[in-house]
Design a binder for this molecule. Structure first.
Ligand SMILES: [Zn+2]
Length: 439
């Protein structure tokens, strides 16, 4: 007697990204009620299960949906508005004034839809987002069926979202209450950076994060300038100050971390802090280099993010993986560091681990949600296939992503978005660009 289930996906390569990094040949994923029920040889799967839908993805690698662990989704609406500038000029002279003038709930909703559509088409099923109006971003993610962690912004100065640090924090805890137990949405604190959030709110965030059991995302040591200014005004490097305030713990996710001295790497390792590495944003803003190989040697969990569409300028995690792998080798002057499987793990399981979501996503394992991406490896640029992971990391591009599921729900079918009308997303983006107009 066959068991009735929802979906069987057959593929020549199931790239699990589990702890052993297993790649299973000619296997099948059995999906029921949104979760992975079994991973087994194809012939056995047909004997055991009767699926409502059965897909044979010949020539494809099937892998966990990619986890974009750091970004600012709605900033896709500012893509190309200000390029070729250092972080300081880019933020102070262009981005903050534009955001001050334009960001509202509709901006965030439309911008996040644009970002989600791009991310789904390039194989991402889970993204972490640090931006204003996180309620609007959450609404967009739920409507489109994508998994998201909203790192609610906390910053000392007033914006359209809140007037002061206390209001930012109370809005974050209210949103956490609203989405408690939601299958797709989780909430975190998004303390912008050490130089924009003062001690009192940081202490409060540390306490609330512990109480609510949620992460804290923060841009930390993004540039040498940030560290020097802190030394000049405060006498301490920012990480030392965060440590003194009690922020260093497995809850803290340090975005960028391009300026780390040996004792800081040891501190991050000892405190179980994760680093969210955004290589393309760091390169474009000439922020510095994150020493991924040294962090990994010290056992620090390093995950991968694209950062926002205004500093990257795309949200393609396949490209980001390749950049990360190549950059790590160059920075370490060692071609053996950050191998293709390690780069893929950074973009999947390590991301889920950083966000505290590794029990439910980040790898293809029985019991986890069916967050799945299929990459067609039959194209010219990825043929022949000796090693599917090598092809995914070093040779594939977003146009080869054909199918995506999140929590068992199909969101992409043969490169077609199923939960969102691409033309409506594009017209929403054009309307905003017209409004923002003369840059
Ligand atoms: Zn960022």
């Amino acid at each position: 007697m066959q068991e009735r289930i929802d979906l069987l996906i057959h593929a020549p390569w199931i790239v699990t990204c589990d702890n052993a990094n297993s790649v299973l040949q000619d296997h099948c994923l059995a999906i029921a009620e949104g979760r992975i029920l079994a991973i087994l040889p194809g012939t056995l799967a047909r004997q055991r299960y009767l699926a409502a839908q059965e897909l044979d993805l010949s020539g494809h690698a099937v892998l966990p949906g990619l986890v974009n662990a750091h970004g600012h989704a709605a900033m896709s609406l500012l893509r190309g508005a200000a390029d070729d500038l250092s972080l300081h000029e880019w933020l102070q002279d262009y981005i903050w004034p534009l955001e001050g003038r334009w960001v509202n709930e509709d901006f965030v909703y439309q911008g996040t839809r644009l970002a989600i559509a791009e991310m789904l088409l390039s194989g991402t099923t889970c993204f972490a987002d640090m931006y204003f109006f996180p309620d609007a971003a959450a609404r967009a993610a739920v409507e489109l069926g994508m998994r998201a962690q909203l790192a609610c912004p906390v910053i000392d100065f007033p914006t359209a979202w809140a007037n002061n640090a206390d209001e930012y924090i109370s809005k974050a805890t209210a949103l956490h209450d609203e989405y408690r137990g939601h299958p797709l949405i989780s909430i975190a604190f998004g303390a912008h950076a050490p130089y924009t959030v003062s001690d009192a709110p940081l202490r409060k965030i540390a306490t609330f994060a512990e109480e609510l059991d949620i992460p804290i995302h923060m841009h930390v040591h993004e540039t040498a300038n940030e560290v020097q200014e802190a030394l000049a005004t405060d006498g301490r490097r920012p990480l030392r100050r965060l440590h003194d305030l009690g922020l260093l713990s497995p809850r803290l996710l340090c975005v960028h971390a391009t300026q780390l001295i040996a004792e800081e790497i040891e501190l991050l390792s000892a405190q179980g802090v994760s680093v969210l590495h955004c290589p393309e944003s760091n390169l474009k803003l000439a922020s510095g280099f994150c020493e991924v190989a040294r962090l990994k040697q010290h056992g620090v969990n390093v995950a991968l993010g694209t950062d926002g569409g205004a500093s990257n300028n795309d949200l393609d995690m396949l490209g980001e993986m390749r950049s990360a792998a190549l950059l790590a080798k160059g920075v370490a002057a060692d071609a053996s560091v950050l191998s293709a499987p390690e780069a893929l793990t950074m973009a999947t399981l390590n991301g889920a681990r950083a966000l505290g979501l590794d029990a439910i996503t980040g790898s293809l394992e029985v019991g986890k949600f069916a967050d799945i991406t299929a990459v067609d490896l039959q194209d010219l640029n990825s043929s022949p296939v000796y090693n599917p992971i090598s092809q995914i990391v070093y040779a594939s591009n977003a146009s080869q992503v054909t199918h995506v599921w999140c929590a068992g729900k199909q969101l992409l079918d043969n490169r077609q978005l199923l939960t969102i009308d691409k033309s409506r997303v594009l017209s929403g983006a054009r309307t905003w660009a017209d409004k923002i107009g003369n840059l």
